[in-house]
Design a protein. Structure first.
Length: 278
């Protein structure tokens, strides 16, 4: 899966020059052809795009998605202190594994990541070893993880090219695809939230309209830290084909215009024009 094919002359400077993101790659999911790239092998910090790896590794290591997992009180203080994004679960809550997966991806909940990691591998570091093993297996040659949340660490890095390899792989998994393409999700009842919690995708929440020329954006995962900038990994369907776009490093934050989403709309709308797509 690690190999991507490049198309000659598909790199269109007029498109890439318009992007707010310094790093970008567009891949056709069907045949793994790279249609556009911009500094795609430059080292970046992935922020919450890390959680795509967290999710697929968790899925592949969970025999029963209906099993309830306890979120120990001990993990919360550190996450609160680091100002990590949270899904809304609380200490000692018993949550179905499948609900934690949605909590990782839609609201980008760090407590869901740690809960899954501890349950699967006994510790976050044990789980991170599995993440790095998967990266190596997929041919993500310029990637190294130190945590499962995407909180900034100098030694936690990747490239948009490696992330596109990861996403194309993960989308082959039905559970991952269901989670990645959901705009909203309501969890089942828990001991702390008898009514459950309803999550909204951070991407769809900030996207006024997912419709593009000839199709629509059907799924995505946002990411942001001060060091990583605004990042986005997305999936679009256009003219009966599927495309993955990964961008990183756009200036701005949660309060500014979401330039990562603007870039996705720009690229997908230009797809198919002139030399951009052979």
């Amino acid at each position: 899966m690690g190999s991507l094919k490049e198309v000659a002359n598909a790199f269109n400077p007029t498109v890439t020059d318009k992007l707010h993101s310094p790093n970008a790659i567009l891949v056709c999911v069907d045949d793994h052809t790279i249609l556009m790239q911009k500094k795609s092998e430059q080292k970046i910090y992935p922020a919450s795009l890390t959680k795509m790896m967290t999710t697929i590794v968790a899925i592949e290591n969970l025999p029963d998605l209906q099993k309830k997992i306890v979120l120990p009180a001990s993990m919360f203080q550190k996450l609160y202190k680091e100002n990590a994004s949270m899904a809304g679960f609380v200490p000692n809550e018993k949550v179905k594994a499948v609900d934690l997966l949605y909590g990782v991806m839609l609201p980008s909940g760090a407590e869901c990541c740690i809960g899954l990691a501890d349950h699967i591998a006994g510790s976050e570091q044990g789980f991170v070893e599995k993440m790095n093993q998967k990266a190596e297996q997929l041919g993500m040659k310029n990637t190294h993880f130190t945590n499962c949340t995407g909180l900034h660490d100098e030694k936690h890095y990747t490239t948009v090219k490696d992330l596109s390899i990861l996403l194309c792989y993960a989308l082959q998994n039905k559970t991952f695809q269901d989670v990645f393409t959901s705009s909203r999700y309501s969890t089942s009842s828990t001991n702390k939230h008898p009514e459950g919690i309803t999550f909204q995708s951070t991407m769809f929440k900030n996207m006024e309209n997912p419709v593009i020329n000839g199709g629509k954006i059907v799924g995505g995962k946002t990411g942001f830290t001060d060091e990583a900038g605004l990042c986005l990994a997305s999936l679009a369907e256009k003219d009966q084909k599927e495309y993955v776009l990964v961008t990183a490093g756009a200036r701005g934050d949660h309060q500014t215009e979401q330039y990562n989403i603007d870039d996705a709309l720009e690229v997908y709308n230009d797809l198919g024009k002139s030399k951009f797509n052979k």
